[in-house]
Design a protein around this ligand. Structure first.
Ligand SMILES: [Zn+2]
Length: 85
């Protein structure tokens, strides 16, 4: 399946304007093959955003890429440095 088979430029029909998706790309319903409009298209984009948020959490943990705090880049104590006591 080519990307242009599922992705189409934004649609400006009244239904899409009413749902606030007139600037988002249109998607094709995988079952019927018809382009999604209005609230159906909005649901598609909402589900996509949810999926990406879930995937990001699964990959990075609940706090994101800095969840583990800063990575210490310096060595606490250089071997041999305090050995003159
Ligand atoms: Zn439309």
């Amino acid at each position: 399946m080519k990307p242009e088979d599922v992705l189409a430029p934004p649609c400006g029909c009244p239904e899409c304007h009413q749902a606030g998706v007139q600037t988002l790309g249109q998607r094709r319903d995988p079952h019927s093959g018809r382009l999604l409009h209005g609230s159906a298209l909005r649901r598609w984009h909402e589900e996509k955003a949810k999926f990406f948020a879930k995937a990001r959490r699964a990959a990075l943990g609940p706090k994101g890429p800095r969840g583990g705090g800063f990575t210490r880049l310096t060595v606490e104590r250089v071997p041999g440095e305090d050995d003159d006591e």
